[in-house]
Design a protein. Sequence first.
Length: 443
Amino acid sequence: MTGFSLVKDQRTRAIVSATVRFAALSLLPKLLSVVKDMAVAARFGASRTLDSYLVAFVLIGIPVAVISIALQTALTPALVGRDREGAARLLGGAIKLALGLLALILPLWLLALPRVCAVLYPRLPPGAIDELVTACLWLTPYYFLNGANLLLYGALQARREFWPNALLPALFPLAILVCLWASKAAAIGVLLAGTVAGSAGECAALLLLVRRAGWLRLRNTANAGLLRIVRLALPLAAGGIVTAFLPVIEQLLAFRLGEGAASLLAYGFKVPTALASLLVTGLAIVVLPHFAELMAAGAWRASEALHRRVSIIALGLGLGMAAGVSVAAETVVRLLFERGAFTSRDTMAVAEVMRVYLVQLPFLMAGAVSARVLIALGRTGTMTGIVVVQLALAGALAYALSERFGVAGVAAGTTGATLLGAILFGGAAWAALAARTTETEAS
C-alpha cells in the first residue's frame, strides 16, 4: 500500500492536512518552550531547586489529570453535532462540575501531600517535603485554571477550531520567560509565578474565544446531558488516577539515583515531548471529531478503513521522525542546554535519555488513533484496563532497568510499556469496530 493510496480518501486527506496545519501553528509555542528550557537550564542546571519545582508541578496536577482530563475526553465527542445552545449548556455544566470537584479535593490533597511525599520520595533531604508542599500551595491558582482550560480546549476541538489548541499554549512558556527576565535569582518562586501567570493568560484567551462564539453558558445547565458524560468519565477518571502517577513513579525512581537525576530525566524528555505535542497531540485532536461523526451515522466500514489508514500513516511518520532526531541527539542537547550550570557531562546523559524516549514516538501516535476510536465508541472501561496494565509494566520495567542503566533505564521502562499499550489499544479498537460492522450488516 503506497503513501499516496493511504491519503486518497477525502476524510483522510482532511485529517492529515489539519494535523499538518496544527503542527505548523504549534511551532511557535514549541520554539518558545525550547527557549524557556534553555533559560531554565542556564539558570538552574540539574539542581535540587529545579527538582522541587518539577515534582511540585506533577503533584498538584494529579487531581486535575484525574478529573478534568476524564471529563474533557468524554465531553469532546458528545459536543460534536450538538446545536450551539445545547453545547453551551453542556460545556457550562461540565466546567462547574469540574471546578466543584477540584475544590472539594484540594484541601484533602494538600493535607495528604506530606505523607504522599514521604512515601514516594523517602530519600528527600531534610526540609525538602515542606518545600514541596509550599510550592504546591503557590500553584493552587494554576490547579483551578488548568482544570478549566482543559474543558475549554475540548469544546474548541469538538467544533474543529484547532488553531487555539496549537497557538495559545505559547502563553505558558512566554510567562515563565518574562518571570526569568524580571528576576535574576535562581529561586523556585520565579518558576511558580511564571506557571500561574501562563495558565491565567491561556484561560483568559480561551474564555474570550468561547464566549464570543456563544459556546459557553453557565446558567440553566440542568438536564444538559451531563449525566451521560459523567458515566463515561468515571472509568477514565479511574484510569487517570493510574496515569497521573506515571510521572511520579519516573521521578521517584530517578530520585533514587542521586541529586539532579530527576532534572536529567526531565531534560531528556523535553524534545520527545515537543515532538509528541506537534504530532501525537495534533493527530489525536483532529481525528476524534471525524470518528465521532462517522460512528454517529453508523458508518462502521468507513470507520474501520479510516482507523487502518490513519494508524499506518501515524506509525510511519513517527518512525521517520524518531530516527532522524535520534541521530542528532547530542548536537540537539548541546545546542539547547549546554551553557551556564548545564555541563558537557549533563549533555551526554540527557542525549542518552532522549534517544530512549524517542523510540516510543511512533507507538504513541498509533496508540492515540486507536484510543480515539475507543473514546468515540464510549469504551472508556476498556481504555482504563489497558492504562492500568501499561502503568504496571512501566513501573516494573523502569525499576528493573534503572538498576542497570540508571536514568536511561527509567525512560526505557516507559518506552517498553508504550509499545505494549499501542498493541492493546490497536487490538481493542479493531475488535470493537469489527463487531459493530458485523452486527450492522447482519441486521
